[in-house]
Every structure is written in structure tokens, then in C-alpha cells.
Design a binder for this molecule. Structure first.
Ligand SMILES: [Zn+2]
Length: 597
């Protein structure tokens, strides 16, 4: 029933001329446009949401964005003055628009003079707009890795350097020593009778594995099809790191660490060289090698994520070959055998021990989420909240380079602000409460949103709407690239009809199909070209992930991914006010529908 309704809704737009009597026939074959909502003719917006809707304009959004992404804020790095200024700006605007504060209770400041005079200190029961979070920054002082091989009296040693031969980050001082087992790609797939752990004990050992899966680029490889392809080739780099099912498997089997070798030689994790290559794009000033700051939550203060579990050490091919060389093996030969025979080539590296040491100094960093809310109008439903969030932080600066983060995620942040303003100005109030959140520490590992889900302002979150990177317009040629990024194909029928200028990717909780329906309906008032992906992964590289992991329904809007992603060139002049306006408006309408649902 539901399925057919959705289908008809889609067909309404695209097959205007189709005779109504043909609907039944159309249902039988899968509709290539089923996962899209391509609206060109918009409808007038209902009266009860109109004032708020019309208060959202691309012009305002870009004006706020100019402030947020100004050089003066130096890239809004977590814990920096620039971030705090942006946070204060957000809080000030929330207050100006009349939102209620949803942050920490304000501790009364002791008035010693009054106390001396025998007076009472004012007891404040006020909240602030800030949810303060204590974090720990790790200042990596030193690290090294050593591989040793011993056979009787014979002994060989090789030393390796962090950020040249390998990249690994421990949040404190740590030393791990264990034997090494080569496990190929580290895959266990019953359906293919392919088990690279067969007859091997990896408990308490390092496992050396290749990234991805056998047969890369070979269309006949079983790993290049359907679900397996999605599993082993998550396209976004961050996702690869965060949700790697192979790392999880190694952890479950008791490995102490993973020595991860890139499957393709060009993905060499020589981070120093990578930084060099990137910076060359901008100019040829000398490079100041500035490592990314490492900031984490205090133990137990936020939601634990899978990547907290096992030591994943990305090693260069050269380093892997030096370790394998102790037992007369090398990466390409072993990889070649696996590819050719599709038989595991796993083996313990006899006599080889690997040690990785990290010594780290840490310091306390204080940062904050900015939280405001509109109280629901229904006495019962107001106890549930729609949380609309975006991350206010970005990468800060390195050397002379400021990473303004206009799109990532200044755009989402001003989107949340505009929606807050709209709800505040709209005379009709929603039944459920709406919490507006500007998250800190996303770029450091979703710190602010992870903290929030364990310290929510309103206990029950009904749904999370996440805006991350909503200001950049696609050019048509890049849409296919986007699809590949999500491991999907966009059918030609859809590609032909898509207007790149208003194309946006929506992903949402597959367990809440209703959410897709609501967004689709609201698109009729906005006129976006949406690709709609119901995702059951419950994970992703942005702030909806902690909600998803806490079984809270979520939806996530993202516009074009461009070459300016995580670069100093992500600046406000490239933002599209028109596109932002549409995305912010549909999010506002969706929040309203959900709040009254
Ligand atoms: Zn982002």
C-alpha cells in the first residue's frame, strides 16, 4: 500500500501525460525514479507554516555565513577563540530571536562583596545556551615502531617513523608488542566460502591486512557486486575508517591491532608526502608541517564509537614489505596469489614481533555545543524533541592557511540558525519541542553530537535532522561521482531528468520509511531534485551517526562535494544562496511536520 503510494507520487511529476489507467502496469517493474523526488512546479505553502517559511532566505543565510566563515574566526577549530566567537554569535542570535536556552545551568557567580556585607548570593536557576564539554587534546610528543625477527641466534630489527612510514594515533601513552599474522584482506565471507582467518589464531596478535577486497576494478569479482561491494568499498574516506567491517571483525577475533596496507599502491599513507602534494595545489610557499590536532572526549563522557576499539595502524607499502621481507614475502606477491586463486594466503609471520609506542602529553580543552529550543505547544508531545543540528567547528588553520569551512559546515550551521529564526517568528508553534544544536568537535570525531546523545536536553529525541555541507551546487558530470561515492548507480532515466543546480542527496533512517514520505511531501513546496537513500547502516561520517547508533530516527541532507572539501579554498563566495534557501526551507517544513506528526 505504502509502496504504491510513493510510486504514484513520483509518477505524478514525471509522467504527467501518462494515462491514469496505466498505474497498475507501471507498478510491476521497478521504477528507476523510485528513489528520487524531482519537483519542478511548486505548490503554495500552507498558511500555518508560511511566516516562518518566508523568513528563510538565501540572502540571510549567506549574510550569517560571511560572519561564520570570516578569516577572523581562523577556521573555528575546536577549543580555539575563533570557535568560541562563532558559538557566542550563534547563542546571541538564538537569544535575539527569542529561543529558550537549552544548555547548562548557569552557576551563580559568588558575590564576595555582598557576602561580606551579610547579603545573600543570588541563586540563579537560569540556563545558558552553551553545553560545555571538557575534552582532552593529545599533544603527540613521540612515537616509534619496531619490527623484530628472531630465529635461534639470528636477529634482525627494523625501525619505523610515525607520519612517514605509518600513521597511528593513541590518545595517551601506550606500548603494544605482539606477533604478526598476515591475513590477506581480512575477509570472512561464508556465502563465498572465503575465510582468511581459517585455522588461524589472531588473539593477542597484530594482523596485517590489505584494505578493500580482492578483484578491485574487476566487474566479475564477487566482491564488486551488490551488498559485498558496499561493504568492502565504502567510498568516503572517513567512512572507510569509521565503519570498516574488517577492523571490527579483527577486533571481535581478539587482535590487538591492525596493520592496514592500502590495496592500491597510490593510496600510500605517507602523510607527510600527502600534505606536501596537497599544499602544492595552492602555491609554492614553504610548507609548515602542521599535524591535525587530536582532541577527544574524556573517557565515558559521550557515546563510544566503533573506531575507539582497536589500534589501526596505517602502514606504507614499503614498511609492510620490510616486515614481510623477514620471511621472504612481499605485499604484491601475496596479493597477486589471492587475486589469482581466490584462495586465502594467510600465515603467521614466523619469528616476527611488532612493537608500536606512543608517548603523549595531554592538555585540557574546553569547548561547547550551542543549544536553544522552542517549547512544544502540546502538553504531552512537548516532552519529545526534534533535534536539528549542524557542526559549527571546522579545521582551524595550519601555518598561514585558514580553513574557513564555509560549506563544511558553516552552511549547515547558518541553516540551523535560519530554521531557529523561522520557528521563533512563526505564530503557530509546533506540538513537539524543537532543539537547535550547533555541534562542536565534529571534525575531531563527532565529539559534540556524541556528547549530546548521552546528555540530551530533552530526554526523548523523536528525530534528528542533520545539515552538513548544503551550499555547493553540482555540475552534471559530478552527479555520477556522487552516486559512486555512496556505492550506488543513478539510472540513466533519472540522470536525464535531474537538474544539477538543485540536486541534493538525502539519506535517512531505513527503519522509518515515513520520514522519506514526509520529506517527499514537503519537497512539493520547495522544488528540489532529491536523491533519497534509505540507509540501514545507521552510520556515517557526520553528526547524525551518534543518533543513528542510539536508535533515533535521522535524516541527513548534503549537497555537492567539491574539490574544496577540507581545503583552504572552502570559502563563502562559492555558496549558492538559492540552493541553501531550498534545503533550509525543506528542513524547516520537515521539522514542522515531524513535530505535529
Ligand atoms: Zn562537515
Amino acid at each position: 500500500m505504502k509502496k504504491s503510494m510513493i510510486l504514484i507520487a513520483v509518477l505524478c511529476f514525471l509522467v504527467f501525460s501518462t494515462v491514469i489507467g496505466q498505474e497498475a502496469k507501471e507498478e510491476e517493474k521497478p521504477d528507476p525514479l523510485a528513489n528520487f523526488s524531482l519537483v519542478d512546479e511548486t505548490q503554495p505553502v500552507p498558511e500555518d507554516v508560511k511566516v516562518g517559511f518566508e523568513s528563510i532566505t538565501g540572502k540571510d543565510a549567506v549574510t550569517y555565513l560571511k560572519f561564520i566563515s570570516d578569516d577572523l574566526l581562523e577556521g573555528r577549530d575546536t577549543g580555539s577563540d575563533g570557535y568560541d566567537i562563532a558559538a557566542l554569535y550563534g547563542a546571541t542570535m538564538f537569544e535575539l530571536w527569542g529561543l529558550k536556552p537549552a544548555g547548562d545551568m548557569i552557576r551563580p557567580r559568588r558575590d564576595f562583596r555582598r557576602m561580606m556585607m551579610g547579603g545573600q548570593t543570588a541563586r540563579s536557576s537560569k540556563r545558558s545556551y552553551f553545553q560545555n564539554i571538557a575534552m582532552r587534546e593529545t599533544l603527540e610528543r613521540d612515537g616509534k615502531a619496531v619490527a623484530e625477527w628472531q630465529k635461534g641466534q639470528q636477529k634482525k630489527t627494523r625501525s619505523f617513523h610515525p607520519n612517514v612510514d605509518y600513521s597511528y594515533f593513541a590518545s595517551g601513552t601506550q606500548s603494544l608488542t605482539a606477533p604478526v599474522v598476515f591475513i590477506g584482506y581480512g575477509i570472512q565471507e561464508k556465502s563465498l566460502k572465503f575465510d582468511e582467518y581459517k585455522n588461524l589464531d589472531v588473539k593477542g596478535k597484530f594482523v596485517m591486512m590489505l584494505s578493500e577486497a580482492p578483484g578491485k576494478g574487476d566487474p566479475d569479482s564477487p566482491f564488486n557486486k551488490g551488498e559485498l561491494k558496499k561493504k568492502y568499498y565504502p567510498q568516503r574516506r572517513r567512512m572507510r575508517r569509521m565503519t570498516n567491517p574488517k577492523t571490527k571483525l579483527a577486533t571481535d577475533l581478539g587482535a590487538v591491532g591492525v596493520l592496514l596496507v592500502e590495496n592500491s599502491p597510490q593510496d600510500n599513507p605517507d602523510v607527510a608526502r600527502q600534505a606536501l602534494d596537497r599544499q602544492k595545489i595552492y602555491d609554492d610557499r614553504p610548507i609548515i608541517p602542521g599535524e591535525r590536532r587530536r582532541v577527544s572526549l574524556m573517557e565515558g563522557s559521550g557515546l563510544r564509537m566503533p573506531w575507539d576499539s582497536v589500534a589501526t595502524i596505517r602502514v606504507s607499502r614499503e614498511m609492510a614489505n620490510k616486515i614481510l621481507g623477514f620471511v621472504d614475502q612481499d605485499v604484491d606477491t601475496l596479493k597477486g596469489k589471492i587475486e589469482k586463486t581466490l584462495q586465502p594466503q594467510s600465515m603467521p609471520l614466523k619469528g616476527v614481533t611488532f612493537t608500536v609506542k606512543s608517548t603523549a602529553k595531554t592538555k585540557l580543552v574546553n569547548s561547547m555545543n550551542v543549544l536553544g529550543y522552542i517549547e512544544g505547544s502540546d502538553p504531552e508531545l512537548k516532552k519529545e524533541a526534534i533535534v536539528i543540528g549542524a557542526h559549527l567547528d571546522h579545521l582551524g588553520k595550519r601555518g598561514d592557511y585558514i580553513f574557513n569551512g564555509a560549506d563544511d559546515d558553516g552552511s549547515g550551521s547558518v541553516g540551523v540558525m535560519e530554521i531557529a529564526e523561522a520557528f521563533a517568528k512563526n505564530p503557530v508553534k509546533p506540538k513537539r519541542s524543537i532543539v537547535f544544536a550547533l555541534w562542536t568537535g565534529e571534525e575531531k570525531g563527532l565529539l559534540g553530537s556524541r556528547y549530546y546523545v548521552t546528555h540530551p536536553f530533552i530526554e526523548k529525541t523523536y528525530c534528528n535532522l542533520n545539515l552538513d555541507m548544503i551550499s555547493r551546487v553540482y555540475d552534471k558530470s559530478r552527479i555520477g561521482m556522487m552516486a559512486r561515492m555512496f556505492g550506488e548507480d543513478i539510472p540513466k532515466e533519472a540522470l536525464d531528468k535531474i537538474n544539477a543546480k538543485k540536486f541534493v542527496s538525502l539519506s535517512y533512517d531505513a527503519d522509518t520509511p515515513e520520514l522519506g514520505k514526509i520529506i517527499r511531501e514537503n519537497n512539493n513546496y520547495v522544488g528540489l531534485h532529491l536523491s533519497m537513500r534509505a540507509s540501514s547502516e545507521g552510520m556515517g561520517g557526520s553528526d547524525h551517526a551518534p543518533f543513528a547508533m542510539s536508535n533515533i530516527p535521522w535524516a541527513f541532507f548534503i549537497a555537492a562535494m567539491t574539490e574544496d572539501y577540507h581545503q583552504p579554498t572552502d570559502t563563502v563566495d562559492k555558496a549558492s544562496p538559492k540552493l541553501m534557501e531550498k534545503i533550509i526551507r525543506i528542513t524547516y517544513l520537515t521539522a514542522f511536520s515531524l513535530a505535529n506528526n
